[in-house]
Design a protein around this ligand. Structure first.
Ligand code: ZN
Length: 294
C-alpha cells in the first residue's frame, strides 16, 4: 500500500516530462458571470444549459449571479450587487425589472472600460428605458419600443437596411428550425463556419430596433413573417468593451443546438479576449439537419 503514492508521483512526473509544455502553455480559464433571476423564459432551465456548454469547452470558469425575484421590495435588491469587474465577460440571461441604479452604473462602467458582454435572446427585451444598455445591445424588442428607440435593422436584397419607419419593436412567428447564414467569414467568431447551417427549433425574432451604433452584422436568418433577413449574430463595441449579441436561444431545446453552442462559446471568448481559440467542432450542423447535443 505504501508504494502507491510513490508510483503516482512517478506517473505524474513521467506524464509531465512527456509533454512539459502542455500545462505551462494552457491559457488561464476565462471567467464568465451569467446574470439571471427574472425572465419571461425558463431561465432556471436554460442557465444550466449555457453553463454546461461553456464549461464543457474547457475554456471557461462560470459563475452565476441570480437577482431577486420579480415583485420583491427595494430592500431585497440592496444585497444584489454583482462584482462585474472580477470577470472577463458577463452573459445576460435576464429579462425583468430594471436593476437598481448603482448596479446599472457599475455595469456601464464595467463594459465601457473593456469588460465583455454577451446578450442572449430575451435579454434584448430588457430595459427599454435604459439608454446605455440599449446602446450596448444595439437592437431590442418589446417593452414599448418604437421608432423613438432607433431604426429597425435587417438585410434585404444583399444590403443592410436601417429602417426608421414608425412602429413597434420585436416579434416572431411560430417556433421552427431555420437556416442561419454567415455574412462575415473573417470575424474570429464566425471564421471557419459553414456559410449556412440549420439551427434547432427556436423563435426567429424579427423587427428588432434600437440605436444600432458600432454594430457589425455577422449572421442573419430569413424570416417568412417579414420577408427580410433578420439579425442573428451581431458584435458591437461600447467604449472599450466588446459585445456579442444573439437573439437565438428561446428554450433549452434551442440552446442544445451544436451550432448555437459553438457561436455562443466563441462569442463569449471573443467578448472576453478579442480572439477565438475554440475550434469549429465535428458536430457543427450542416445545411440540412439540426445537430442537437444532450
Ligand atoms: Zn423566446
Amino acid at each position: 500500500m505504501k508504494q502507491l503514492p510513490v508510483l503516482l508521483v512517478f506517473s505524474v512526473a513521467a506524464l509531465s516530462a512527456f509533454n512539459p509544455a502542455k500545462a505551462a502553455d494552457a491559457p488561464p480559464k476565462v471567467r464568465v458571470l451569467i446574470v439571471d433571476g427574472q425572465n419571461n423564459h425558463k431561465w432556471a432551465a436554460t442557465t444550466p444549459v449555457i453553463t454546461e456548454a461553456l464549461q464543457r469547452s474547457g475554456r471557461f470558469e462560470v459563475s452565476v449571479s441570480t437577482s431577486p425575484a420579480k415583485g420583491q421590495p427595494k430592500e431585497a435588491w440592496a444585497d444584489w450587487n454583482p462584482k462585474f469587474e472580477g470577470f472577463a465577460v458577463v452573459l445576460s440571461n435576464y429579462n425583468g425589472e430594471l436593476w437598481p441604479e448603482p448596479v446599472q452604473k457599475a455595469f456601464e462602467q464595467y463594459v465601457s472600460k473593456g469588460g465583455g458582454f454577451v446578450c442572449v435572446h430575451a435579454a434584448n427585451n430588457s430595459f427599454p428605458e435604459w439608454l446605455e444598455y440599449n446602446r450596448m445591445i444595439g437592437l431590442g424588442g418589446w417593452g414599448g419600443r418604437n421608432e423613438g428607440n432607433g431604426p429597425y435593422l435587417y438585410r434585404k436584397d444583399g444590403a443592410v437596411v436601417r429602417d426608421t419607419a414608425k412602429g413597434g419593436g420585436g416579434g416572431h412567428g411560430p417556433q421552427h428550425e431555420f437556416t442561419v447564414e454567415v455574412l462575415d467569414k473573417e470575424h474570429p467568431i464566425t471564421k471557419g463556419l459553414p456559410t449556412k447551417w440549420k439551427h434547432a427549433t427556436d423563435e426567429l425574432y424579427h423587427a428588432l430596433r434600437g440605436p444600432a451604433e458600432n454594430l457589425s452584422l455577422l449572421g442573419v436568418a430569413f424570416s417568412s413573417a417579414t420577408q427580410r433577413e433578420e439579425p442573428m449574430l451581431m458584435t458591437l463595441s461600447y467604449g472599450k468593451g466588446r459585445v456579442f449579441h444573439t437573439p437565438m436561444g428561446h428554450s433549452d431545446v434551442s440552446m442544445r443546438c451544436a451550432g448555437f453552442q459553438t457561436v455562443l462559446e466563441r462569442g463569449v471568448e471573443w467578448a472576453a479576449t478579442g480572439a477565438v481559440t475554440l475550434p469549429v467542432p465535428a458536430d457543427f450542423p450542416g445545411t440540412e439537419e439540426v445537430s442537437a447535443r444532450q
